[in-house]
Design a protein around this ligand. Sequence first.
Ligand SMILES: C[S@@+](CC[C@H](N)C(=O)[O-])C[C@H]1O[C@@H](n2cnc3c(N)ncnc32)[C@H](O)[C@@H]1O
Length: 411
Amino acid sequence: MAEHTEAAAYPVGLRLAGRRVVVLGAGQVAQRRLPALIAAGADVLLISPSATPSVEAMAEAGELRWERRRYRDGDFEGAWYALISTDDPAANEAASAEAEARRVWAVRSDDAAAASAWTPATGRSEGVTVAVLTGADPRRSAAVRDAVVEGLRDGSLAAPHYRSRADRPAVALVGGGPGDPDLITVRGRRLLAEADVVIADRLGPRDLLDELPPHVEVIDAAKIPYGRFMAQEAINNALIEHAKAGKAVVRLKGGDPYVFGRGMEEVQALAEHGITCTVVPGISSSISVPAAAGIPVTHRGVAHEFTVVSGHVRPDDPRSLADWEALARLRGTLVLLMAVENIAAIAETLVAHGRSPETPVAVVQEGTTAAQRRVDATLATAGERVKAEGIRPPAVIVIGDVVAVGPPVDR
Ligand SMILES: C[S@@+](CC[C@H](N)C(=O)[O-])C[C@H]1O[C@@H](n2cnc3c(N)ncnc32)[C@H](O)[C@@H]1O
């Protein structure tokens, strides 16, 4: 065997579902490899006197069968594949010999040159499995794997779907996160890279639009030329029109599509026209913008709840669906979106219904972007501070003791 170790390995995808795989040893190597074997549906028999807590948890969950003992000759009976990773070189040697005799492909963690199989560096992105072997340089394998997977995920590696494009939803409603282009999900970014048409909101990661190839039609939803009340209908119509034309359409929204994002209205409008749509969640500004300004929305011993409320109408407005009296009684964190204009009335109402006027308030404008700014106040002073500081939307307003728990930040 030894003279062949430098020969190229023959790559293959093993379909292990229901097939016996024997794993010897339950240390870090096994812990890393077991999830993929389990995910492949292998009938995993683990033989080891002890195991790491994670491996123990897999056994407890019934994901594998664990025999608490050392390796003994005959353990590879009925096996298709083996992972030899005990801390006893003699046992590894003996197990290797048994695997060879039984023609069971075996990986060895202690001596790759003595093994009959090597584990590639693997990664997955949307149905593609990437497996990289470089022989003696596992770090390089991992680096190549990372480059390919990352490229597939962010779309910088052009690999269009050929077989499945027809089955994919015509429209993707993508939550773009709060603004920083790094805070979109990998799925969102990939769909964006595969789009023919992107209909984008004013909020969200607008920098990503510059990276799109020139053939992609970018429509600014804020500029769709209809009256204010028609805007949503006009956006729906644009989505429907492009989807019907067979384009891959991405509707890019700020934050999460379903947090004050009118996402479901668009899904419903598409459904009425029989157009399929996938929804990609996004990082909502309600959590990420406070975090970017050093504010946790919960903190042990300080806040056991956080409530996200729209402040786009005043508390005394008959259209308001929020129960401000009840909100004032909460002791946890209130996160207000779209509340810049009405913060004075909201703060007054909360105080009138019992929340302390000394409750800390932080206003974070354009969070996660280069223009981010934080202004601190209390419920008693919030209205006047917002005005005096010239705070403008978009801003997230956080009310509660969590505002004061973090270390001092640049404000
Ligand atoms: C129509 S709502 C959409 C919320 C969005 N779907 C989300 O999950 O973040 C718009 C409001 O979100 C908040 N917002 C969104 N992005 C923001 C950001 N980068 N900085 C501060 N506030 C933001 C503001 O309160 C803004 O008025």
